[in-house]
Ligand binder design. Structure first.
Ligand SMILES: Cc1ncc(COP(=O)(O)O)c(C=O)c1O
Length: 390
């Protein structure tokens, strides 16, 4: 007898936005860590937050700073960030246009929901950080992914076509997952493509402090033609090893900041007072901590690159920034299958390239925000796993 199939009506009628995110989302869960698993999957520093920052949070609590913060953020923190942004943008920056957010995630959410209407076209590179597509889906917009050139930089011809009538272009620099850094020339080319259009840009520079190219990092807000149309999205998570604190900020043209603040305040209210007091100490006195973590990542990048270069069938990406490498493998297997086999049979966790876009297929994302021993052992397991899958 064939089995009887009964279809249950859904228990609750949830919002279409939830179904849209679920349909669009390529995000995968981080694997549960086990004693015998080496993880090169994480998107966060393995360092602890600098002690000065932690102590500032203790002091803030002891001082009774347990009340609501102003909706746009603590004035002292906004002033300090405005001074920093003015140096980056090489232009005057008013603290009134700085919005403190609940991490980079909420800054991206607030800005995308403040800009995108149902049906709006939003262009993103493919592959890119997967949150952008999910947020655009939540807003009801249409994501147009643009495949990268073979060197994982932008394909400017394809980008030019895709940007026609786009409401928004969202990108990160340095790039999660590819580790590429878009330099001044590339950003100026983008400014040229957008000249005369009303397209808005979101530049997510979460990894700006992790650039190993030897050239000074170019922020989109330092480029004429981009500065005027760009929402700059930043977080304390990566530079200061503060992923669990949940603090970031937005800066950009006043009307876009006002609109983003409207969404952010509606969703989150204000950001934790104590966390902002600690973030101020990070901005004002942790440059050396940032530099020493950066130096450690740079060494680990070399270790990982040397080890990966020994594996047959892998084409390496140029690891210019962030803490990721994005090698392409030559097996005819989807990356989710490769990742599952590596984890279960070989005890190494990495992320599937397809999580970051269709063009990420046949790639793996490896993080070198892990200790040197873990990197060497993880890549050894990767080599064994790929050999076994051949
Ligand atoms: C490119 C990029 N932007 C933003 C974020 C989110 O950062 P936050 O922890 O501040 O929400 C991440 C986290 O992985 C990221 O990789």
């Amino acid at each position: 007898m064939p089995p009887t199939i009964t279809t249950q009506p859904p228990l609750f009628d949830t919002a279409d936005a939830v179904a849209r995110i679920a349909a669009a989302s390529r995000r995968t869960q981080q694997p549960q860590s086990r004693a015998d698993l080496v993880s090169l999957a994480m998107g966060e520093p393995d360092f602890d937050t600098p002690q000065r920052v932690t102590e500032a949070a203790h002091a803030s609590l002891r001082a009774g700073r347990s009340h609501y913060s102003p909706l746009l953020g603590e004035p002292a923190l906004r002033e300090a960030l405005a001074a920093r942004l003015a140096k980056i943008a090489q232009a005057p920056v008013s603290a009134a246009d700085v919005l403190i957010t609940q991490g980079g995630t909420a800054g991206l959410a607030a800005s995308i929901l403040a800009i995108v209407d149902p049906g709006d076209k939003v262009v993103v590179p493919d592959p890119t950080y997967s949150l952008y597509g999910d947020l655009v889906a939540m807003a009801g917009g249409t994501v147009v992914p643009v495949p990268l050139a073979p060197d994982l930089h932008w394909d400017l011809d394809r980008l030019a076509d895709a940007l026609t009538d786009a409401k928004l272009f969202v990108f990160c620099n340095p790039v999660n997952p590819t580790g590429i850094v878009h330099g001044r020339e590339e950003l100026e080319a983008l400014a040229g493509l957008l000249d005369g259009t009303p397209t808005i840009v979101i530049s997510d520079e979460a990894y700006a402090d992790l650039d190993y190219t030897g050239r000074p990092f170019t922020s989109a807000i330092s480029v004429d033609g981009l500065r005027e149309r760009t929402l700059y999205c930043q977080t304390f998570s990566k530079s200061y090893a503060m992923t669990g604190w949940r603090v970031g900020y937005l800066w950009g043209p006043s009307p876009l900041i006002q609109a983003s603040a409207r969404v952010h305040n509606t969703f989150n209210g204000s950001v934790n007072t104590v966390v902002q007091d600690a973030a101020l100490v990070a901005v004002e006195s942790c440059a050396e901590d940032v530099a020493s973590m950066r130096a450690a990542y740079e060494q680990r990048r070399e270790i990982m690159r040397t080890e990966l270069a020994k594996i047959p069938g892998l084409t390496l990406s140029a690891p210019e920034g962030a803490f990721y490498q994005f090698p392409r493998y030559d097996l005819d297997l989807p990356s989710v299958e490769v990742v599952a086999a590596l984890r279960t049979a070989h005890g190494v966790a990495v992320r599937p390239g397809s999580e970051f876009g269709a063009q990420g297929e046949h790639h793996l994302r490896l993080s070198y925000a892990a200790g040197p021993e873990a990197i060497v052992e993880g890549v050894r397991r990767l080599a064994d796993g790929l050999a076994a899958l051949r």
